[in-house]
Every structure is written in C-alpha cells, then in structure tokens.
Design a protein around this ligand. Structure first.
Ligand SMILES: [Zn+2]
Ligand SMILES: [Zn+2]
Length: 153
C-alpha cells in the first residue's frame, strides 16, 4: 500500500508548520527523516531509515537518526509503534489506528476499523481512570510468511 504523493505533501506541509511553531530547526537531515517516514507505511526502524538515507546524506549517523526520531516523538510529530520487543518502529500516521504485526518477518501494517472504537472498559478501570488513547495489536503471520510456511512443509 503506497501513500499518494498528495498525502505525503500534506503531511510535509503540516510537519513544516508544526516545526516552525515549536521552534524546531528544519535541518536537511530532520526533513529527510520525516519525509521518508511520511511516504512509507511499513513503519521503518531507525536502522532502516539510516540505511536508506545514508547514500544521499553521507554525513548522516545512526545516532542522529535516533535523536531526531526521539525528538519528533516527544513533540508528537511521529509515533513509536508499540511492537513489544525487537527494534522500535516509527509511524508518521498520527490518526488513531491499530496494527497487524507479523510475528515472523516483523512486518507492521496499519489497521483501521470503526468497530474498534467503542471499546468497553472493565468497571474498575472505567471508574476514575481516564483513557487517553488505546492501541490494538493483532499478531499473526502475513501472507508471504504463510506461503513460505506451506511451501516448506
Ligand atoms: Zn511475515
Ligand atoms: Zn501505523
């Protein structure tokens, strides 16, 4: 699933505005990191981002990628996918959504379903606990991994 160029442009425009509002410098490296995330719905890790940007930004270091992702996350410009172990994965999709995670190849897919919105809370939580957000994670095997499984058996 590709993100349309128009949607990427929208995300970039919003990102530039937010950075200006927050007083965050729009360094070429920061912009490149965000741009890659904005156009990619595979939820890349810091290492993926580093590997893909390094050829066009030879002075980029993995530490810089980490620091920028950390900073953007602190300001709510990107989010970290709670994959529960393994490499941290990042997301420029800030709309409330859920994830399907392949337990074998660690592929992370967005999952949106309005039926998942009105989740009933257990009474002892509903009483006095204010929920800010919730995230549902489906763990399983993606199609490619399922096919591999059948062809090997
Ligand atoms: Zn898989
Ligand atoms: Zn996502």
């Amino acid at each position: 699933m590709d993100i349309s160029p128009a949607a990427v442009e929208c995300r970039l425009a919003a990102f530039r505005r937010r950075c200006t509002d927050l007083g965050l410098a729009l360094t070429p490296q920061r912009l490149a990191i965000y741009q890659l995330l904005a156009g990619d719905d595979t939820h890349p890790s810091a290492e993926d981002i580093f590997r893909r940007l390094k050829p066009s930004l030879p002075s980029l270091s993995l530490g810089t990628v980490y620091r920028n992702l950390e900073l953007l996350q602190e300001h709510g410009l990107v989010s970290r996918v709670p994959t529960g172990g393994g490499q941290a994965r990042f997301d420029a999709n800030l709309k409330e959504h859920h994830h399907f995670i392949c337990v074998r190849c660690r592929r992370v897919l967005d999952y949106e379903d309005p039926r998942l919105k009105p989740l009933p809370l257990p009474d002892r939580v509903a009483d006095g606990f204010r929920v800010l957000t919730h995230h549902i994670q489906f763990l399983g095997l993606c199609r490619a991994c399922q096919e591999q499984e059948t062809s090997c058996s």
